[in-house]
Ligand binder design. Structure first.
Ligand code: ADP
Ligand code: MG
Length: 140
């Protein structure tokens, strides 16, 4: 077991429907603690930079449009095995495939508007956290 940090984003479909508190309640009901959080409205350039790994994917343009369609809430979550643990409670990318009780199963609107982002590895978590947060803003 390893104590880890991961980056979470509550996506524009979640802020639009005013359900960020409901999602945070599910996060806090797991073994994860929200140790940094802020609300941002991403620019297209910021969304493209954050999702650069997906630049060749067919959905990249639409994904960047969606992620800039409204405010997001970016967060740092901390806990034992936080990276995989958050992926578990998020559920599968496509909500149709997301296990019952997961955030995406309960809240996602579609494969694109799927309410949350979570880092997919410890290495990417470090990069993604530093994309949005300075050390001063992370209070464990
Ligand atoms: P995850 O967020 O589960 O790690 P990916 O990293 O594969 O999933 O994709 C990043 C985001 O791109 C997804 O969360 C979703 O918002 C969007 N996305 C993924 N696949 C598709 C698709 N086939 N069509 C539209 N949007 C997609
Ligand atoms: Mg991903």
């Amino acid at each position: 077991m390893a104590f880890q940090k991961t980056l979470s984003i509550l996506k524009p479909d979640a802020t639009r429907r005013n359900i960020t508190g409901k999602i945070n309640a599910k996060i806090e009901a797991s073994n994860l603690r929200i140790i940094a959080q802020k609300r941002l409205h991403l620019s297209i350039a910021q969304a493209q930079a954050f999702y650069a790994v997906h630049a060749e994917r067919a959905f990249f343009g639409e994904l960047c449009q969606f992620m800039t369609s409204g405010p997001v809430v970016v967060q740092v979550l901390e806990g034992e095995e936080a990276v995989a643990g958050y992926r578990d409670i998020m559920g599968a990318t496509n909500p149709t495939n997301a296990a019952e009780g997961t955030i995406r199963s309960e809240f996602a609107e579609s494969i694109e508007a799927n309410s949350v982002h979570g880092s997919d590895s410890v290495e990417n978590a470090v990069k993604e956290i530093s994309f949005f947060f300075s050390e001063l803003e992370i209070v464990g």
